[in-house]
Design a protein around this ligand. Structure first.
Ligand SMILES: [Zn+2]
Length: 549
């Protein structure tokens, strides 16, 4: 397979342009009726066939054996040269990202003055990434388009037409615009299947669906991923091979992630993410997959399903939807959106994903606890009303947990100092696995039971830094402790101020706070120097504080 698939299977005729029938029909008709304009603007997401359509138009205009319907033959010398992008007198391809200035536009203008190389030929300029052109360049182009030389056609391709509208509105009004559609996953899947049939390779349906979903509407990306998958192994293409190439996780792992949220088991976040990382998962892809599933869960509650959801995916969604209501899913998507940038940019995406999963797993916990303490049953989940016509109301924070019905807490250890201390070594070990820093900080604390549902952590007089560490990770630590004790607890930190003894739970007085803050700052600076992970940690924990309101 010497020629990349994306190139080998690039369409050569209007009729082969996937999904863009409306564009293909209009351009083919214009060629057939000899009514081709001087300027076209092709817009749409990347990889949907804009440049390819421009080349097919150039081929059709210069083909020796054009059909009566306006299709190029794809085989004659002119067609071949244009299709392969070889040097050609009649077709000039310009990447505006690298030729954006006025000098290039002037050059273009001079060159446009020369008509096509032969009688009956058209000179076609294909300008890619046209939104990158400067205002000056557009002004020069406007002059050409106002008085176009005969036989000259400009085709501008862009993913961002709004930018052109902003910088070159007068030019826009002189162009015929065609909007290319995103190519749906099912259409991509069918196309991939056709390509593989020609290549003589078998492939599983779910393997192709994975590629199609990953490509997100771009045929070129889909073919290039297919290329990678084929060169990566022998024999029929399996979903497993695609996952390996793309760093995706399987449906079962997604099921586990959603289950720990649905069943509210924050304590399982760390071991579960550990397994993903060990398996080589791309955590950004994992977050993207979770977003897809949350959308599918919302749709499931309203009786529909996304087009591209395999059999295994449907099962995962149906199971998770029993414990995640539509309002929950909306709130989870919102939290995911807040973490997305950090996830992509962070040097430690694992921490960001863990924090996100913890926030998901802990949603509504405070509400449940209040209901419990006030003696009321947490209440059966109001079954998500399957309103057929209206979308789920994105109210948040939700005043009442929509679902799932919370199970009564199970006291796996007795709620007293002895019981808590018995569980403490376990909690320390889990914390240390999560973060060396966190484990050390927790070791400085002695646990004791406080008010119902409140666990106090008592620090000694010289343990301000440890106290700060726990303070910043309070929600994560509370989740850990809750999971181990089988009871939802909140934490109260006691002591740790340099000038007070242990045990004082009174608020820090204003006069002393400055000293504590200064000390904290100094120690934190020192700690950050020693432990680079702490920076990322602090960032993640700021997010957590926002959540606590
Ligand atoms: Zn031809």
């Amino acid at each position: 397979m010497s020629l990349a698939l994306a190139r080998r299977y690039r369409p050569r005729r209007f009729s082969e342009l996937l999904v863009q029938d409306h564009v293909a029909a209009a351009l083919r008709g214009a060629v057939a009726r000899d009514r081709v304009g001087h300027g076209y603007l092709l817009t749409g997401p990347r990889g949907v066939g804009k440049t390819t359509a421009a080349r097919i138009l150039a081929m059709a205009l210069n083909c020796a054996n054009r059909t009566a319907e306006g299709e190029p033959c794809g085989e004659c010398d002119a067609c071949r040269r244009i299709w392969t992008g070889q040097a050609n007198l009649d077709v000039v391809e310009i990447d505006a990202a690298s030729n954006r200035g006025v000098d290039d536009a002037r050059d273009l203008r001079e060159r446009a003055m020369y008509a096509a190389s032969q009688e009956g030929h058209h000179k076609v300029y294909i300008i890619d990434e046209a939104h990158m052109l400067t205002r000056e360049a557009w002004n020069a182009l406007l002059k050409i388009l106002e008085e176009p030389p005969p036989g000259v056609v400009f085709v501008f391709a862009t993913t961002e037409p709004q930018k052109i509208a902003n910088t070159a509105a007068p030019v826009m009004s002189r162009l015929q615009r065609f909007d290319f559609r995103r190519i749906g996953p099912v259409a991509i899947q069918e196309r991939l299947r056709g390509v593989l049939a020609e290549e003589g390779v078998d492939a599983a349906d779910d393997a192709l669906l994975l590629i199609a979903r990953h490509a997100d509407g771009g045929m070129r990306d889909a073919l290039s991923v297919l290329d990678q998958c084929l060169s990566f192994g022998e024999g029929p293409l399996t979903a497993e091979r695609v996952r390996e190439v793309l760093g995706l996780i399987d449906e079962e792992s997604f099921g586990q992630l959603l289950a720990l949220v649905a069943e509210r088991k924050p304590g399982e976040v760390f071991p579960t993410v550990d397994r993903l990382v060990d398996a080589g998962a791309d955590l950004v892809e994992v977050a993207g997959g979770l977003a897809d599933l949350l959308r599918a869960i919302i749709m499931h509650h309203y009786g529909t399903a996304p087009e591209a959801l395999g059999e295994a995916g449907r099962r995962v969604v149906a199971t998770a939807a029993a414990g995640i209501g539509p309002e929950d899913a909306v709130r989870m998507l919102k939290l995911l959106g807040e973490s997305e940038t950090a996830l992509r940019r962070s040097a430690n995406p694992r921490l960001i994903l863990e924090t996100l999963l913890l926030r998901w797993a802990m949603m509504d916990r405070a509400v449940d606890l209040r209901a419990l303490l006030s003696g009321g049953a947490p209440g059966p989940a109001a079954a998500p009303a399957p309103a057929v016509t209206s979308p789920p109301p994105p109210r948040e924070p939700s005043p009442a947990p929509a679902s799932p019905p919370s199970t009564a807490p199970v006291y796996s250890v007795p709620w007293n100092d002895v019981g808590v201390r018995a569980a403490w070594p376990d909690i320390l070990a889990t914390a240390t696995r999560q973060s060396r820093f966190l484990g050390q900080a927790l070791q400085d604390a002695s646990p004791r039971v406080g008010d119902p549902g409140v666990l106090q952590l008592v620090f000694g007089p010289s343990q301000a830094v440890s106290r700060e560490g726990i303070e910043r990770q309070k929600a994560a630590v509370a989740a850990l402790v809750s999971a181990r004790l089988g009871l939802e607890v909140s934490l109260e930190l006691v002591g740790g101020e340099p000038s007070t003894g242990a045990g004082g739970s009174s608020p820090v007085q204003a006069g002393r706070r400055l000293t504590v803050d200064e000390l904290r700052q100094e120690r934190l600076t020192e700690l950050r120097r020693r432990d680079p992970a702490l920076d990322a940690l602090a960032e993640a924990l700021d997010l957590e504080l926002v959540d606590e309101q």
